[in-house]
Write a protein that binds this ligand. Structure first.
Ligand code: PMP
Length: 392
């Protein structure tokens, strides 16, 4: 009796593994500060919870349409128009059980065995594993901290082969916090058109930005008919556990995702969908308090990280992560422990000062370490103080 090679080829995300390890230490009574998980520390806003409670009373308890309630799809169409300058029809929208399932649906729908998907490094852990689960091959494109962790056109061109099928990236980026500018996105749009690639644009952090607004690549005419715009409510609305993600896509891809999902999960949870309607139809000012809090933390954490010896940081423009280059520590011995790579440093910080982070290797970039600043200012200050002390 044996598991399939498919499942043996994928790994549990390091973010989840690290969070689990932190939880175990906490259960042993250790004062652990967890900066490894990618979710807001806020509760879902009350008006969204009220909409869910009302939905329960109104008996939204039956199977839902596979691609989502029509009212939710309408709210998503309006959201795309309001926030992204995108004109999708309801037939181009598919609601799923989190953006993670949205991405899974798309890759299952477009990838044949051996097809290649271009993924700039660092990338959200799950992209590469879903590509592999779909029979595809991730083609990783290196970036540098100097280039704000964005690929150059030349490096993208070098990644092209006869098997190239798609490209996926996030802006704002998890883990680097980079936000692609209008001209950078335009370059990628032209590049994708030149090589007939499908673009998966993961915009789940779009509202969590600190300088310029994030732009949707599908708003470029070259890109609209070849782009799947991925989004969801987990991050901006503090709704990670509700599991609502969605896509705006060319109709043929949306239809395929609908088919795919109909055999796997069917339509998404009814109560969560009703809550999502209230969330998306509300004014964006309703969630501004969370973004303001992230902005304040970003400023402070940047200051504190800059004081830690051997950490080089590029100011993140979006999301809620810091991704310093910590490679100055590689090859050094601290408290009798030799640090060879980012995994060693992440483990060292957890074991010695009880701060959980995620090694950059999990995102394809061993030189870095990811800190989530979706934690209180007090916790963040204490965590940074502990790290600075042990590394000084
Ligand atoms: N994309 C990125 C870049 C993410 O960081 C995450 C969550 N960690 C997701 C997608 C998945 O979000 P969801 O909760 O909607 O599945």
């Amino acid at each position: 009796m044996k598991l399939s090679t498919r499942i043996q080829n994928i790994e549990q995300p390091a973010t989840i593994a690290m969070t689990q390890k932190a939880r175990e230490l906490r259960q042993q009574g250790k004062d652990v500060i967890s900066l490894s998980i990618g979710e807001p520390d806020f509760d879902t806003p009350d008006f969204i919870k009220e909409a869910a409670i009302q939905a329960i009373h109104e008996n939204y308890s039956h199977y839902t349409p596979v691609s989502g309630y029509p009212e939710l799809k309408e709210a998503i169409v309006n959201k795309f128009k309001r926030d992204n300058n995108l004109d999708y029809k309801p037939s181009q929208i598919v609601v799923s059980t989190g953006a993670k399932q949205s991405i899974y649906n798309v890759f299952q729908s477009i990838i044949n065995e051996g097809d290649e998907v271009i993924i700039p490094v660092p990338y959200w852990i799950t992209y590469a594993d879903i590509v592999k689960l779909s029979g595809g091959k991730p083609v990783l494109v290196e970036t540098t901290i100097e280039n704000d962790f964005k690929p150059t056109l030349e490096s993208l061109e070098n990644a092209i082969s006869a098997k190239s099928k798609a490209m996926i990236f996030s802006s704002p980026c998890n883990p680097s916090g980079s936000v692609y500018s209008k001209s950078e996105l335009h370059e990628i749009a032209k590049f994708a058109a030149k090589h007939d690639l499908i673009i998966l644009s993961d915009e789940i952090y779009e509202h969590i930005v600190y300088e310029e607004k994030a732009i949707s690549i599908a708003s470029f005419p070259e890109a609209f008919d070849r782009t799947v715009t991925i989004n969801g409510l987990s991050k901006a609305y503090a709704m990670t556990g509700w599991r609502i993600g969605f896509i705006g896509a060319p109709e043929w891809i949306a239809k395929a995702c609908d088919n795919m999902q109909s055999q796997v999960t069917s339509g998404t949870n009814s109560i969560a969908q009703r809550a999502a309607i209230a969330a998306l139809n509300s004014d964006l000012s309703e969630i501004q308090y969370m973004i303001d809090a992230f902005a304040k933390r970003r400023e402070k954490v940047l200051e504190w990280i800059n004081e830690i010896p051997g950490f080089k940081i590029k100011e993140p423009k979006g999301a809620f992560y810091m991704f310093p280059d910590v490679s100055d520590w590689f090859g050094k011995t601290i408290k009798g422990k030799t640090i060879q790579n980012s995994d060693d440093l992440a483990n060292f910080l957890l074991e010695e000062v009880y701060v959980s982070t995620v090694a950059g290797s999990a995102f394809g970039l061993n030189n870095c370490l990811r800190f989530s600043y979706a934690a209180s200012l007090d916790q963040l200050e204490e965590a940074m103080k502990r790290i600075k002390t042990v590394l000084s």
